[in-house]
Design a protein around this ligand. Structure first.
Ligand code: NAD
Length: 289
């Protein structure tokens, strides 16, 4: 039984309405939570409107049981704000999905800590930062943790939950429970780990595939065929690169060690410089119509 310390999560504030923020906000609203989506200015809020409209169409097409009535009800539970103090005034949980820039996240949590009620739990959706990089800026170490969603939240519905040593176990458990309530398969991470579970597996896997192709050992399509046929996996690593797009891995590798920089150069020369950026540009390792 929950004590007074832990109130129910009814109202959720999402910071940032970009790729992931809009998905998190819409999914939470779709599963019955009152959601405020905050962004820095009116232009950013306006840019979120087509994203939400696109999600409504996607849910109708891809989410079993979605109807016009259920997506309309989700939209009705979702409002927008550019006033942080007003937006957080009744929030039980804040999920931050702003750009992956440590100082920006720290500043944002500092500002939020000044205006949020004591009850509010703070969470970051950061993919690559650890919650302990941010925790001291929040002013509430016991009520701060990471909840990491995947792109295309309505089908890739994992929520990796990771606290710091200072996160209260009760808060951690409450957020695990919340993740289930918003339709996610909760993945509790028991100790801080860069990359959580998913990227701890995926990044070395994708890197090994690139080593095979860039090193001249095997063609991308043959690497993919081997992986799919031998393991029964639906996608090979180069199909996954095409979904992610070439820019993110390039930007990471170009700042890495010698081997990573050689991979980046190969990707640039053979794909990026030719406009082959992945599915979004119509061609990457494969052609898309
Ligand atoms: P994005 O660039 O698409 O969106 C960022 C949004 O934050 C924009 O709407 C921007 O206006 C807003 N913003 C900027 N400064 C802000 C501030 N101070 N306060 C509030 N809003 C602000 O970024 P994204 O791809 O959605 O990524 C956001 C976070 O989610 C990152 O931490 C990233 O690591 C994480 N993430 C991304 C993915 C992905 O596939 N894109 C997957 C999992 C996690």
């Amino acid at each position: 039984m929950r004590g007074n310390f832990m109130s129910d999560i009814k109202q959720v504030l999402v910071l940032g309405t970009g790729v992931l923020g809009s998905q998190i906000a819409f999914q939470a609203a779709y599963t019955g939570f009152q959601v405020i989506a905050y962004d820095i200015n009116d232009d950013a809020v306006a840019a979120a409107q087509p994203r939400i409209a696109g999600l409504m169409k996607t849910y109708l097409a891809e989410v079993p049981d979605a109807t016009q009535a259920t997506v309309d009800a989700a939209q009705a539970r979702l409002s927008h704000s550019t006033d942080l103090a007003e937006a957080v005034a009744d929030a039980d949980l804040v999920i931050e999905a702003i750009p992956e820039i440590l100082e920006l996240k720290r500043e944002t949590f500092r500002a939020l800590g000044d205006v949020a009620p004591a009850k509010t739990i703070f969470a970051t959706n950061s993919s690559t930062l650890l919650p302990s990089d941010i925790v001291d800026a929040t002013g509430r170490p016991d009520r701060f943790l990471a909840i990491h969603f995947a792109n295309r939240i309505w089908t890739s519905n994992t929520a990796e939950i990771m606290g710091t040593v200072l996160t209260s176990p009760e808060v951690f458990d409450r957020v695990v429970e919340f993740a289930g309530e918003m339709g996610m398969v909760a993945v509790p991470i028991r100790k801080e780990k860069a990359g959580y579970v998913l990227n701890s597996l995926l990044v070395p896997f994708l890197d090994a595939a690139l080593d095979l192709a860039a090193g001249g050992y095997a063609e991308p399509k043959d690497v993919d065929n081997t992986w799919r046929i031998a393991t029964g996996a639906p996608l090979g690593p180069f199909q996954i690169y095409d979904i992610i797009g070439m820019n993110t891995p390039y930007n990471i590798m170009v700042n890495g060690d010698e081997r990573a920089r050689a991979h980046a150069a190969w990707l640039k020369e053979n794909y990026i410089d030719q406009g082959k950026l992945g599915i979004a540009s119509g061609e990457g390792f494969y052609k898309y119509s």
